[in-house]
Ligand binder design. Structure first.
Ligand code: DC
Length: 233
């Protein structure tokens, strides 16, 4: 009897393109693990900021990333939001603050940090599989994934979404400062030397500007069926 292969669905795209929400919904619907790689880079950034590590101190940042390989956990409980923890401490909210949003791009541009994070991402994928989301999943982390998706949306729409998300959480901000943060992150994430944000050549590209989350999830599950990867969705 042949063994079922591990199913990896790679989802990449810029900030606020809808990746996280789509990935969570897909992972729940398909009974797969969720690997949110952005939360790992955010966790490394949070620890660096808390410990007063300079954001250009590459060796110390890589040490923090290595530490996360033993201490980072991401849970997707059936009825409650994703829980991210480090050394057992819940950091789910702390990693989403605007301060961490601003500091995360330079940290994630450090080669030594990326090497550790890629190992961590690969180690979290087990049977039956995972939805792995980030910026370089289809190009670098899982270039052999049987389905790669690249989500995009107009920058103005992404800024609007992130603004709504932050204000709903009671985090004071303005739409124009969120727009600036997103534009700055797009620039750093796509121009860095070490695995920049990019669509894999064989990725299914979806522009989410005018789509609902449900529309996007349906498009992905239809593609899974078309490719014979899942027939039960
Ligand atoms: O998806 P997010 O907004 O939580 O990601 C936060 C930052 O982490 C993003 O600005 C760039 C970085 N990141 C990365 O460099 N590579 C990934 N695979 C995922 C995120």
């Amino acid at each position: 009897m042949s063994e079922e292969p591990v199913l990896v669905i790679a989802i990449d795209g810029p900030a606020a393109s809808g990746k996280s929400t789509v990935a969570i919904m897909l992972a729940r619907r398909l009974g797969l693990a969720l690997v949110d790689s952005g939360s790992m880079y955010r966790a490394a950034t949070l620890l660096a900021v808390e410990r007063g590590v300079q954001l250009d101190d590459e060796a110390s940042l890589a040490d923090i990333a290595r530490e996360l390989r033993e201490s980072f956990e991401l849970e997707l409980p059936p009825d409650s939001p994703v829980r991210v923890s480090v050394h057992g401490r819940d950091i789910s909210s702390a990693i989403r603050s605007p301060e961490i949003g601003e500091a995360v791009s330079p940290v994630s541009a450090v080669r030594g940090v990326r090497e550790e994070m890629v190992e961590l991402q690969r180690s979290l994928v087990r049977k039956p599989g995972a939805v792995v989301e980030g910026r370089d999943i289809g190009t670098t982390v899982f270039p052999e994934a049987p389905l790669k998706v690249y989500l995009e949306a107009l920058q103005s729409e992404r800024a609007r979404r992130r603004y709504v998300e932050l204000t709903e959480k009671g985090l004071a901000t303005t739409e124009s400062s969120v727009g600036q943060e997103i534009a700055m992150r797009d620039e750093i994430d796509s121009s860095r030397e070490s695995s920049p944000l990019a669509a894999a050549r064989d990725a299914l590209r979806i522009d989410t500007t005018e789509l609902t989350i449900e529309d996007v999830v349906k498009e992905i599950t239809s593609e899974l069926e078309r490719r014979g990867l899942r027939s039960d969705v």
